[in-house]
Design a protein around this ligand. Structure first.
Ligand SMILES: Cc1ncc(COP(=O)(O)O)c(C=O)c1O
Length: 428
């Protein structure tokens, strides 16, 4: 669904975000010219368009970092907003200047709500996904006799957290085993369906796994939970800012995400969505000053002093993505990942852990590079080929992970595939 882009939006980006590059780039100017006055996002799709998007990031053109699942770079408008607003507070830390920023937290809340297609009353601005996940597992009134269903391949903030809290509060954790390769959406739906009992209070899973990029049937699992009178927590660390997420449609009870991953926002900001139907069922984990102004944030978000500059930058990042076009961003990232899967699959000896089915994967690709030492290969790729990947240690689907986003290019994907082939030949 395309969001509205008006001449005023772009003027604001220019004047406030200060990114002259957005306007001087001829492709942006042409695409904007076409979008001007319509209700569409800029909406470019060709390589020239994506090249101009890449130019909005400060990464050198020859550095191909394919590590969005861990940390994304912020775009120029985001960096400019962050610097401008941080400088302002340090130049003039008076109550009067700080008060000028007072409304920014609520502005971010409104933008987040629009981005996720929910209401500002349901949005809590957190530090990151880890904090948000833990606010759910600490905030629900769970006790002995209650059951929580978790996916085995969840991040520690949504796995270790439940196991540790079970020791304290007495509830039981039921684990859904991970199967590789992705056995299909129906398999996991069925596994959760069978695991639900009269004692189950909440089910949780990661929308897109950070290990090998398994996509989960989020809408169907949330519907199953609702039908069975069970709550649902969707860990969106790997979907927020990548997929064109629509929480109104998915209807989870809780959804979490980080600014510094796929949204390309400032570091240390995140979101916890709490569906209105659960506002009366969750306790705040922190009591302090400076709560939010609306809905659940009035009782749940008294986190003391915050950094408004980070929040302004986060909002800028969400607006940047909206202008580029969220469906276009999702398609671009997923196309790059599938290009990578196809390229790696042609290399003898490489074992790709990620499903080649485009309906079951989304921009996170993991593979074992034959007999090569993955850690050493990752270092060689960075030093010699200027490609950034992430290592996946341990015996569980180990190797390397590459997670391309909309600022990456098909050439970088080919460079990675070519380099892996080269090192496989040389045995390095
Ligand atoms: C699925 C998942 N959940 C939660 C997190 C934690 O995110 P953060 O470190 O931003 O809190 C991650 C980080 O990689 C993740 O992949």
């Amino acid at each position: 669904m395309a969001a509205s882009v008006s001449r005023r939006d772009f003027a604001r980006l220019f004047a406030v975000g200060g990114s002259a590059a957005l306007f001087t780039d001829p492709v942006w100017a042409r695409e904007y010219g076409q979008a001007n006055g319509s209700s569409a996002a800029i909406g470019g799709t060709g390589e020239a368009f994506w090249k101009s998007v890449r130019a909005q990031f400060v990464m050198p053109p020859d550095l191909g970092v394919l590590n969005a699942a861990n940390l994304c770079p912020a775009s120029r408008p985001v960096l400019e907003a962050l610097k401008r607003e941080s400088d302002s507070v340090d130049r003039d830390p008076s109550a009067q200047n700080r008060a000028r920023l007072g409304g920014e937290k609520e502005n971010l809340r409104k933008t987040l709500a629009a981005f996720l297609r929910v209401t500002p009353e349901e949005i809590v601005i957190t530090r990151n996904t880890s904090e948000a996940n833990n606010m759910v597992s600490s905030g629900l009134d769970l006790k002995a006799g209650d059951e929580v269903i978790v996916f085995q391949d969840n991040h520690p903030s949504n796995l270790t957290a439940w196991n540790e809290k079970a020791k304290r509060f007495g509830f039981t954790v039921v684990t859904i085993p991970q199967v590789n390769p992705h056995p299909g959406m129906e398999y996991y739906l069925d596994a959760y369906r069978k695991a639900i009992t009269s004692k189950t209070r909440i089910l949780t899973f990661t929308h897109l796994s950070s290990s090998v990029g398994d996509l989960f049937p989020a809408k169907e699992l949330c519907a199953l939970a609702r039908q069975r009178g069970v709550m649902s927590l969707v860990d969106g660390a790997q979907s927020f800012g990548l997929l064109d997420v629509n929480l109104a449609d998915m209807s989870p009870d809780f959804y979490t995400g980080s600014a510094h991953k796929w949204p390309c926002g400032a570091r240390e900001c995140g979101v916890l969505y709490i569906n209105t139907r659960q506002h009366k069922n969750i306790w705040p984990s922190i009591y302090s000053a400076y709560p939010g102004a609306v809905g659940i944030s009035q009782t749940f978000e008294s986190f003391g002093q915050r950094d408004e500059a980070t929040m302004i930058a986060f909002r800028e990042a969400l607006e940047f993505q909206t202008k580029v076009g969220r469906p276009a961003i999702e398609k671009r990232s997923r196309d790059l990942a599938n290009q990578l899967i196809a390229g790696l699959s042609r290399l003898p000896d490489v074992k790709v852990w990620t499903s080649p089915n485009p309906a079951l994967n989304a921009a996170v690709v993991s593979f074992q590079p034959g007999a090569l030492n993955a850690q050493k290969l990752g270092a060689l790729l960075y030093q010699n080929d200027k490609i950034g990947t992430a290592g996946r240690g341990g015996g569980d689907r180990g190797g390397l992970r590459a997670s391309p986003h909309f600022y990456n290019t098909p050439e970088e994907i080919e460079r990675l595939v070519g380099a892996v082939a080269k090192y496989l030949r040389s045995g390095a």
